[in-house]
Structures are given as C-alpha cells and as structure tokens.
Design a protein around this ligand. Structure first.
Ligand SMILES: Nc1ncnc2c1ncn2[C@@H]1O[C@H](COP(=O)(O)OS(=O)(=O)O)[C@@H](OP(=O)(O)O)[C@H]1O
Ligand SMILES: Nc1ncnc2c1ncn2[C@@H]1O[C@H](COP(=O)(O)OP(=O)(O)O)[C@@H](O)[C@H]1O
Length: 637
C-alpha cells in the first residue's frame, strides 16, 4: 500500500508562521489541467482536492455546505462541484464555461489547476488553460469509457506539448469497482494514445465523489489496483525543468538594466539550458558574440543559472542587445526567420483574415505577422485535414506566416517558450489566436536582403523632392480617380516626378487574379502598398486611387513607409451622392442583385478616423479639391 500523502494542516500556521511560509515557498510547483466533459465529475474531483488539502477557508466552507443543500445534486452531502462552478451563470446552465485557476498545496508540492470546460465550443478555453500546464488529467466516466471528447482533449493536450497525461477513470463506484471495466477502458485509450503519439500515460481508477484512490491507494474497494493515488502521482511526477536544462542555453531579453554608467545588464527568464560566467554567447538575430562576465540575481552574483531562473546577464563587450533579442549559447544559437509554418488555434468570433497584419507576440518579441490562407484545417474530432480559406472560432489549422522582421524561435516541439506565440488584433487588441511554430521556410533562409549602393535618399535627391504616397480612399464613384488625376497634373506642372496607381488599371494587370472578396481586397491593397513603397524608394511622389475599404490594410501600408511619407486622403462622398453619380452603372447592378459584394451596399467601407486630408466633393469641384490637397502637402520641397 502506498503511503497516503499528508496534506498541510493549519496547525503550523498558528505555531510558527515563518516556518509555514518558508515551507510553502520552497516547494516545487506543478501546473496541471483537468479535461473532461460536463458529467465526468471534473468539478467534483477538483472540489475534493481543494477540500482535502484544506485550502478552503472556513467561511467558504460554510457557504458550500449551505449551497449544497440548496442547489446540490448530492442530497445532504457536500457537493464539491459547487466549489468549482463558482459563477451563477454556469450553475444555471449546469456547465463550466471559462478557465478557472485553483491553488492548493500538500506537504510536498504546490499546485495550480486550470479547470477547463469540456463543452464542445470551448477549445479556446482549453488551449488557454493548457498553454502553461505540465500535466493533464483526462477524466473518463467509467460507465461511458473513452468518448469522442476524450480523444479531442487528448489530441489538443498532445498538440500543446503537454507530455504528462493521467487518465483518471472516474465514477468507479457506479460500476461496482469492476477491474475488467477499468482494464478495458485503459486498453481502449492506449490504442488511441499510441496512434496520436502520446508516449505514456498513468491510468488511475478513482471516485471523486467517494474519494477512492485520491489521497491514498489502493482504496478498500479496489484492492486489485497497485498504482499510486492521484495526489501521490501529482506530487511525484518529474516535471521540473530537467528537459529544459539539458537543452542549449537561451534567454529572451525582457529589458536592459542600466542603473548607472558602469553597469549594463540584460534581464530575462532563462527559457532553456544552463549559463555560466565565462560562457561564450551569441545575440540573435544580430549574430554578435560576447562572453558572460557576470550573472546577477536579486540575492547577489552567482556563477551558474539554469532554465526557469530570472537573471541579469552582464557581457564582456559593448554589444547591441535589446528587448526581444535572445541571448544564446554561441555554438548552438536558435534560428531567426521571417517566414515559417505553424499550427494555430483561432480564438476570435471574427474569422481569420488571410493577408491582414496581426501583432505576433513570441516571448518578449512583438512583430507584425501576416498569415496566408490556411493550407488546411484540422478536424479536431477525426484529425482529418479539411480544405479551408480561413479559420473561424475554435478551429485549428496550419498555415504559412510572414513577419515584418525576423523573429528568433525554436520549433514548439523542442521548446514551448520559444516556439509558442499569440496573435493580437491591432484594432481591438483582442487575442485572436495561439500558435505553435513548426519550422522556418527554406525560402526565408535563402533570401537575404540585398543592400544597394544607390539609396532611396540618392534617388530622391536626384529628383530634388521628398517622396510621398498620397493614398486616396473612398467609395466607388466618390471621386478618387478624378481628383488624383487633377492633383497629378498640377504636380506635373510643378516639375514633380509622380506616378498614379489607379484601381481599375492595376486590376487589369498586376492584380488581375483578384476579385472582390475580403481576402482578395486585402491582397490587392498589400500588393499596391508594396508597389507604392518601391516607387517611393525610387524617389517618386506616388498617388493611389483604390477604395481600400479596411482600416487595417491602410494602416499596414502606413507602417511600411517612413514616418510622414504616407498621406491618407479621404474622399468623403456620401453613399447617396456616389450612387446618384453611378458613373459605371455598378450601383444599379449591385442594388438589383446582379453584382455581389459591392462596397457600401453589401460589403463594408471603414472610413478613416484620422486622415491627413479630407475632401468633400459635394462642396468642392474636382479642381478645388485638387488645389486644396496641393496646399496641404506643400511645401513638398
Ligand atoms: N464588388 C465591387 N465592389 C467595389 N468595386 C467594384 C466591385 N466590382 C467591380 N468594382 C470596380 O472595381 C473598382 C474597385 O477596385 P479597388 O481595387 O479600388 O477595390 S478595393 O480597394 O480592392 O476594395 C471600382 O472602381 P472605382 O469605382 O474607381 O472605385 C469598381 O469600378
Ligand atoms: N467634386 C467632385 N469630385 C470628384 N468627382 C466628381 C465631383 N463631382 C462630380 N464628380 C464625378 O464623379 C465621378 C467620380 O468617379 P471616379 O473619379 O471614377 O471615382 P472613384 O475613382 O472614386 O470611383 C466622376 O464622373 C466625376 O466627374
């Protein structure tokens, strides 16, 4: 029989508070998640863990006893599920809908458990809970065995890099503690686990409700079971950074610590490996090398530090290194690339927009990333690959990513911290996806930025002007082309070197493969932005006349250019006026349903919030509007 683990008692708090706190501070921490369906008894199990570890305060306990009598499903006994299903809304629905983090502790270890919902739609919450966990407890109802949901959760757990899995076969009391039932479920799960690459798992027959094999094993009802109790297993499982410590040294720089002129250090959390004073290191992506001269911590200098420690490194040489860089073992640095392939989970109500720029955060790095249309979506139930043009809420897919500057990373399989990222919508600031990098694309490794001898300043200087991009935006028929034409003519008369890129014309050549879906419009503007940038690099004053209906893409082009070079001109013509003009008869077609996705009718237009210039074509003639614009942009030099 395994020795039952001893939970912390409150006695020590009263006797010697310092000893109590010291003991708690120096215990290791295990983060784990529980996955299971609403009825698998997950909340009851967590409630029991909290209850048995005495981490519930007295008043909460009293409330629990009251609540159990009122709402509980367990008669006069305490309903542990109520402890966990804290939210009123959840109680009403009878399901757990968000990730709840609970803390408890035993004599040997501290625990943070993320309770993730089992409900079909909530992949997002599950991913959130799993992203920081070292272990997953997958609950199965002994009466039902391995279900679709068990398989889905197990696959996600594996995908997210959790390498320790406990299969908790719950409600054994309801199957008469039958060994054959338990063995059959374990055999069934083993076959599945092997197929998806879960190398090993620990199966434990339990009853969260009755308490069997939770704190002591074997329980009197399962004399045939010779494994550990759940708590003993959680206390003993080796998840300290053993693996991370054997890998090569990497530390993403969080900030540069410069308290005075004599000291400059780079602070961060060591993601993997070991670093010693005197070690040669390389800074990625710059590639500069140096040697560690000091390792400074809160408690003074140390000779050696390992994965999981927060330290400040001082280097022997004055090298450029700032937030977002990674300091790594000189002989085995991680890669830096601006194109890679990744698996990602979409977590926003609004679907992925291929081609749009999102903030990508990886460790301490933040860059702009654009995502191509997914190569495929993965059916989380069957793991089949499905064709997909985008990803919606809770979908998982694989796609190629491109970033505006190289980021330093490692494949997620090797290093969760340097391979995992999130995507953030630039306008709403919502976290819209979580992803795992698979590998850098070879084409990114083989394409290098070629420095040219004649710079953009040389080009502009030769033309004796400052490059600009005059970006006209507005509804179809608002007057973009007419006014842009008039502006170009006037600039031409002033001996400026200009070029006008017009929507209709570009769509006949460079962009003739694009239509008017959201994704095509995003790609249209991306390409036009790139061309406008090249022309500005050549020293030209570029005028563009595209509807460019989305703020995000206009912002993307703005960010591609040096500050002040992008001038957004909003041709602010009301829809009714543009429609009345109907130069090309397109509004008529759109209204009659012959033309789909027409801007302003059944496709959105997002007006600029802070355009540099706004022209009102109701009050101004095209010539007046053009003159007004010229006045605004003068002196152009
Ligand atoms: N569905 C639909 N919606 C909007 N516009 C349509 C559509 N179908 C064809 N056209 C014609 O294409 C011109 C707009 O192309 P753009 O490249 O400026 O559009 S976008 O910026 O990609 O949204 C636009 O030209 P302008 O009238 O000069 O704006 C239209 O003539
Ligand atoms: N004040 C004005 N500014 C611009 N265009 C005007 C104005 N008043 C009338 N128009 C007419 O509106 C139409 C605008 O068409 P166009 O310039 O092709 O718009 P867009 O390029 O935005 O689709 C033209 O026929 C133009 O003569």
């Amino acid at each position: 029989m395994n020795t039952p683990p001893s939970f912390t008692t409150d006695a020590l708090i009263a006797e010697d508070i310092d000893a109590y706190l010291h003991r708690h501070q120096h215990k290791s921490l295990l983060r784990f998640i529980t996955c299971g369906s609403v009825d698998d008894g997950k909340s009851t199990l967590i409630g029991r863990l909290l209850y048995d570890s005495k981490m519930i305060f007295e008043d909460q306990l009293a409330a629990l006893e009251n609540d159990s009598k009122r709402h509980g499903t367990q008669g006069e006994e305490i309903d542990f599920a109520l402890l966990v299903d804290g939210l009123a809304a959840e109680r009403e629905q009878g399901i757990t809908i968000d990730v709840a983090y609970r803390f408890f502790t035993t004599e040997k270890r501290k625990f943070i458990v993320a309770d993730t919902p089992g409900h079909e739609q909530y992949t997002r919450n599950m991913v959130t809970g799993a992203s920081t966990a070292d272990l997953a407890v997958i609950l199965v109802d002994a009466r039902k065995g391995v279900l679709q949901q068990t398989r889905r959760h197990s696959w996600l757990v594996h995908l997210l890099g959790i390498r320790h899995v406990v299969l908790a076969v719950n409600k054994m009391d309801l199957v008469g503690y039958d060994r054959a039932t338990f063995d059959a479920i374990v055999a069934d799960y083993r076959a599945f686990a092997e197929a998806i690459g879960i190398a090993d798992f620990t199966a434990i027959p339990i009853s969260g409700f009755k308490g069997d094999n939770i704190t002591a094993a074997p329980s009197a009802s399962t004399p045939w079971y010779d494994g550990p109790a759940l708590i003993a297993h959680l206390e003993g499982v080796e998840v300290d950074n053993a693996a991370a410590q054997t890998q090569s040294f990497r530390m993403p720089v969080q900030w540069v610590n410069r308290p005075n002129l004599d000291f400059r250090g780079f602070a961060g959390l060591i993601a993997s490996g070991t670093v010693r004073v005197g070690d040669p290191v390389r800074i990625v992506p710059s590639g500069k090398t140096s040697t560690v001269s000091r390792i400074v911590t809160f408690d003074g200098d140390i000779e050696e530090a390992v994965a999981g420690q927060s330290v400040t490194l001082a280097l022997a040489d004055e090298v450029d290194c700032s937030r977002g860089d990674v300091i790594a073992a000189a002989g085995d640095p991680p890669q830096a690339s601006d194109q890679f392939r990744a698996t990602f989970v979409w977590m926003d109500e609004e679907a992925l927009k291929p081609g749009r720029g999102y903030w990508l955060k990886l460790g301490t790095q933040t860059v702009t990333a654009t995502i191509q249309a997914p190569e495929y979506e993965i059916d989380v139930n069957s793991r089949e690959h499905l064709a997909a043009k985008t990803l919606g809420l809770n979908s998982i897919g694989v796609a190629e990513f491109a970033t505006d500057r190289p980021i330093t990373f490692e494949p997620y399989d090797t290093n969760r911290q340097l391979g995992g990222f999130i995507l953030i919508d630039k306008f709403t600031n919502a976290t819209v996806a979580a992803g795992m990098i698979a590998f850098s694309l070879r084409r990114a490794d083989n394409i290098h930025w070629q420095p040219t001898a004649i710079t953009r300043a040389d080009h502009a200087g030769m033309k004796n002007q400052t490059p600009r991009v005059l970006w006209f935006t507005g509804l179809s028929g608002s007057g973009k082309s007419t006014i842009a034409n008039a502006v170009e003519q006037q600039l031409h008369l002033m001996n400026r070197h200009t070029f006008l890129l017009d929507g209709d014309n570009v769509r006949h050549g460079l962009n003739r493969d694009l239509g008017f879906t959201e994704a095509d419009r995003i790609e249209n503007i991306r390409r036009v932005g790139e061309v406008a940038k090249l022309m500005a690099d050549a020293g030209l004053i570029v005028l563009t006349a595209f509807i460019s209906p989305f703020r995000a893409e206009r912002q993307m082009v703005r960010e591609m250019l040096p500050e002040g070079e992008f001038i957004e001109i909003f041709v602010d013509t009301p829809l009714s006026v543009a429609e009345a003009r109907d130069v090309k008869g397109l509004y008529k077609k759109a209204r009659s349903g012959q033309l789909k996705n027409f801007t302003g009718i059944d496709s959105p237009y997002e007006p600029p919030e802070h355009p540099e210039i706004r022209v009102n074509t109701v009050d101004m003639t095209p010539e007046q509007a053009a003159r007004y614009i010229i006045e605004q942009i003068m002196p152009l030099k």
